[in-house]
Design a protein around this ligand. Structure first.
Ligand SMILES: [Mg+2]
Length: 507
């Protein structure tokens, strides 16, 4: 770690102590994949309540196993209920294909990745990139996600539906069975099949039947929650999952992890299941007190009883019962819409987003350091060339304007004419250099992006812009990180500071 050394300050004793700590097994630095990143300043000492979502936040899933399970049930339903051919059973999961933030175009049967300005960067039809001419159909318009034709894939739960949509189109059209494929209907069938598999409890039953296969037990989670509690924070659980499922998963993750907490419920001051987020943030559903078997006992008018479990509820009652101001709450979740956007728009809650994909993304960044540095150098060169070109063009415009008036005396007129010729030659050369640098940058960009994800490139970027997903994370998550237990590496009183942002004219 490079530390800033002030004049007259010797950092030798400090370095000495750090080296000894490292030798004694204390890790030197937080590795990038486990860091907490900051979009908006957050003072943890102003936070008195920390809330957690469960699925994909406290409980991280083995994504490939859960996807395979979801795909299997959905394919079964498509064949049995909707008459799809048996041949679609041959579809094999393709873990890289669906990523968060892609958009399904139900009208044309395509999957799109947008930049943060809602323009299409990449598009696939089946598993084939959409041809250049067809891609033009998207180029003149920002994608209006409010239109019925588009569906945003914004949770990890929804990845299998995007994958299956592409896989079935690919499969049926490749075999010539898809001549009359109705893309809208196909999507609706997949959606209905997945909903059915969730609604009749098949998927949850399978997960509960073999929890270690589907859920990652984070050995640092218990210590993380304990550390927050030791600093005087109150903790709450706010999940859309039902009581029976919540209870089994939370037991698996936390029961017996620390002797001072006999069960997972001892970590939390309030537990709310079936919360119906995002409705929770705007609605007025009452809190229902549940009995030990998860059956509703009564509406809870007053405060919460510690150690009991609730269902439903709403933001206003939650804050009123606890006598809280919204800005004292930090909510940790993974769903950009249900957890981040709604809590940000409808409440004053601060937000921490868990993005489990970051670990893989940052590890790959590390292995591609040399290529990324070359990319940054080229990008820098290109910016310098662009600024040079535009400065020279402004001078040429000035010369052209003066020359065009036709009022210059002969000697000055000749000088201006010669300067214009020289400048145009120079501009040609700069233009050529710019094209070469741009070509190299695009090649390098493709090479690097393919290494991250051969279909979509970076999760957080699209071309030179933030991806749609990256832009939403920046707008709605005060801080973000790859898993909850990364909080353990920071003081519970930490002041998370965002970097100063600059607009282009300020640089
Ligand atoms: Mg979740």
């Amino acid at each position: 770690m490079a530390l800033l050394t002030l004049e007259g300050f010797s950092d030798e004793p400090l370095q000495d102590a750090l080296e000894l700590l490292t030798a004694a097994g204390f890790s030197a630095d937080v590795e990038p994949a486990r860091e907490i990143y900051v979009n908006r300043d957050l003072r943890m000492n102003a936070i008195s309540w920390v809330g957690f979502d469960m699925d994909y936040t406290l409980a991280l899933y083995h994504q490939d196993e859960l996807d395979a399970l979801s795909v299997r049930h959905t394919v079964d339903t498509l064949i049995e209920h909707f008459g799809y051919p048996e041949a679609i059973r041959a579809i094999k999961p393709e873990p890289d294909f669906a990523i968060r933030g892609v958009v399904v175009d139900r009208k044309l049967g395509n999957i799109l990745k947008l930049d943060s300005h809602y323009y299409v960067g990449r598009a696939y039809h089946g598993f084939q990139p959409v041809a250049r001419e067809l891609k033009k159909a998207y180029q003149d318009e920002r994608i209006r996600l409010s239109l019925d034709r588009y569906v945003l894939v914004d949770t990890l739960f929804a990845l299998p539906e995007a994958f299956l949509y592409a896989a079935i189109i690919d499969h049926l059209e490749r075999d010539g069975d898809g001549a009359a494929l109705d893309y809208m209907q196909l999507y609706d069938h997949i959606r209905a099949a997945i909903d059915l598999a969730h609604a009749d409890g098949r998927i949850k039953r399978d997960v509960l039947g073999d929890i270690p296969r589907y859920v990652r037990r984070d050995p640092e989670l218990a210590q993380t929650l304990h550390k927050l509690r030791s600093a005087g924070k109150h903790l709450f659980l706010l999940t859309n999952s039902e009581w029976y499922y919540t209870s089994e998963l939370m037991s698996y993750m936390l029961d017996g992890a620390l002797s001072s907490y006999p069960t997972w419920r001892n970590y939390f001051d309030v537990v709310i299941t079936t919360a119906k987020k995002p409705w929770f943030f705007r609605g007025d559903d009452p809190f229902l007190l549940l009995d030990e078997l998860g059956r509703p006992l009564r509406e809870e008018q007053n405060g919460f009883i510690r150690g009991h479990v609730y269902e439903g509820g709403n933001l206003n009652d939650f804050q009123r019962k606890l006598g809280l101001r919204g800005s004292e709450v930090l909510y940790v979740g993974d769903h950009i819409y249900g957890d981040m956007i709604r809590s940000k728009r409808d409440s004053a809650w601060r937000t921490c987003m868990v993005i489990q994909e970051m670990e893989g993304e940052l590890q790959k960044r590390d292995t591609m350091r040399a290529e990324l540095n070359a990319w940054y150098a080229l990008d820098h060169e290109l910016a310098a060339l662009n600024s040079d070109l535009s400065a020279h063009r402004r001078v040429l415009e000035r010369l052209d304007a003066a020359y065009g008036l036709g009022t210059l005396d002969t000697a000055l007129g000749q000088k201006v004419e010669r300067a214009r010729r020289d400048l145009k030659r120079h501009l040609d050369l700069l233009g050529k250099r710019r094209r070469t640098a741009l070509g190299r940058l695009i090649d390098l960009d493709l090479e690097i992006a393919a290494n991250f994800n051969p279909f979509w490139g970076f999760l957080f970027k699209e071309g030179a812009e933030h991806s749609f997903f990256g832009g939403q994370v920046e707008d709605y998550a005060c801080i973000y990180t790859s898993r909850v237990s990364n909080l353990r590496q920071y003081s519970p009183l930490r002041y998370f500071r965002a970097r100063t942002q600059h607009m282009p004219h300020e640089l």
